[in-house]
Design a protein around this ligand. Structure first.
Ligand code: FES
Ligand SMILES: [Fe+2]
Length: 331
């Protein structure tokens, strides 16, 4: 295994360790972990910033400090850091003594898109995944907090690329236990840089789903697509026969190999008659079904072709895994 290529592929990707700007309170730094790296996220004068969460003085976590007037202050000896990671004040220093030049902090790329804070620990080699519905005024966007799942981000992505588990894992929400057979489908380039497959499926429409689907029939027909962009972003599109579309962006961020952050974003072209809370409550129930299953699986997903057994209907997740393994230099 080429560890350097693997590590670079992951550090140069965009990740979501916190969902939204609104989860960063102005005077409170936030501790997160991404790819095993402790980070502190905070709001400086120039917006959201991501620093390494280790003070260069005596290695205190900066996330235990506070934000005062646009600077992040370490809780141990009060050193202050500003935009760009600059060490701007050492309280113990005599007047006129410059700050030590090695005292500046490593800063990571961060930006906001789709109501999410995205972080890259290296140099971004690709753009943030494209969701064109975000700029479409007929769609509204609904954000969701970040959850922590005790499983590998590889397991989540494999799961989101797979729909053969619907009749088994999602019977409490939309899955139909009687519909297990998956017709043949092709994996192909979808629009906007997504790669995956299109399919049609019948789903249960229980009382808890009827305000979300806007229909009261017990079974509904959906046209769907499920696609990924490397490494771990999945877009799932749902179109009902009424014209209602429900777009999901599913994002998994490795905290380390066997823990991850998960969040999703929804876009819908509905009439706003259902509250945002109600819309995501149903999707959160679906996510809880996946979580309960995935947290019982061992460690990381084997990335070799022979590590797990697949069948024709697993083509979507197998193609994601093949491209991901290639990206890591494992093939
Ligand atoms: S450890 Fe941060 S100021 Fe001393
Ligand atoms: Fe699922």
């Amino acid at each position: 295994m080429d560890d350097k290529k693997r590590d670079a592929a992951m550090t140069n990707a965009w990740w979501i360790p916190v969902a939204g700007d609104d989860e960063l309170v102005a005077d409170t730094p936030l501790a997160v972990h991404c790819l095993g790296e402790p980070l502190v996220l905070w709001k400086g004068a120039a917006g959201v910033a991501a620093f390494t969460d280790r003070c260069p003085h005596r290695e205190s976590p900066l996330s235990l400090g506070c934000v005062n007037e646009g600077v992040l202050q370490c809780p141990y000896h009060g050193w202050e850091f500003g935009d760009g990671g600059a060490l701007v004040r050492v309280p113990s220093a005599l007047p006129g003594v410059p700050v030590p030049p090695t005292g500046h902090l490593a800063v990571f790329h961060s930006q906001e898109r789709y109501g999410l804070v995205w972080v890259c620990l290296g140099e971004p080699v690709a753009d943030i995944p494209v969701i064109t519905h975000d700029a479409d005024p007929t769609f509204r966007r609904i954000n969701n907090p970040v959850e922590r799942w005790t499983t590998s981000a590889t397991r989540l992505t494999d799961n989101f690329m797979d729909y053969t588990h619907f009749p088994f894992v999602h019977t409490g929400t939309f899955g139909r236990a009687q519909d297990t057979v998956v017709p043949r489908f092709e994996v192909e380039a979808l629009v906007d840089g997504w790669f995956g497959y299109q399919y049609e499926v019948d789903v249960n429409n229980p009382d808890t789903a009827q305000s979300i689907s806007g229909q009261s029939a017990p079974v509904l027909h959906r046209r769907m697509s499920t696609g990924f962009t490397l490494p771990f972003a999945v877009r799932s599109t749902i179109a009902y026969e009424t014209g209602l579309e429900h777009i999901l962006l599913l994002l998994s961020t490795p905290i380390d190999d066997v823990n991850c952050y998960f969040t999703f974003v929804v876009w819908r072209n509905d009439d706003f008659s259902v509250s945002a809370e109600e819309v995501i409550a149903f999707d959160r129930m679906i996510g809880a079904e996946d979580k309960a299953m995935l947290e019982r699986l061992p460690g990381v997903l084997p990335l070799t072709q022979t590590g797990v057994v697949s069948v024709q209907a697993d083509k979507g997740s197998v193609e994601w895994r093949r491209q991901f393994a290639t990206m890591l230099g494992l093939r």
